[in-house]
Design a protein around this ligand. Structure first.
Ligand SMILES: [Zn+2]
Length: 81
């Protein structure tokens, strides 16, 4: 008996909900700045602001990519010494 197996699609393709690019709600720019911000209760958050208009966009999840980005961009944006 022939054993026909349909091709299985790998599930590695990310669903569209996962990797939506963040855009500024004001000017729709995707050029965003991620910087560390420490709250009064000493928790750290990655603050996303728009490079173009400077508007606060959201707080980003602290995944390794974002953390690395925030490390870099906090330095380059930092007036805080
Ligand atoms: Zn903007």
């Amino acid at each position: 008996m022939p054993n026909f197996r349909p091709l299985q699609r790998p599930r590695s393709a990310t669903p569209s909900t996962e990797s939506k690019p963040i855009t500024c709600p004001q000017c729709c720019s995707q050029s965003l700045l991620m910087t560390w911000q420490t709250f009064a209760n000493n928790t750290r958050h990655i603050r996303v602001t728009c490079r173009r208009c400077g508007r606060f966009v959201r707080y980003a999840t602290q995944c390794p990519d974002n953390i690395r980005r925030a490390d870099n961009e906090t330095q380059s944006a930092g007036d805080q010494q």
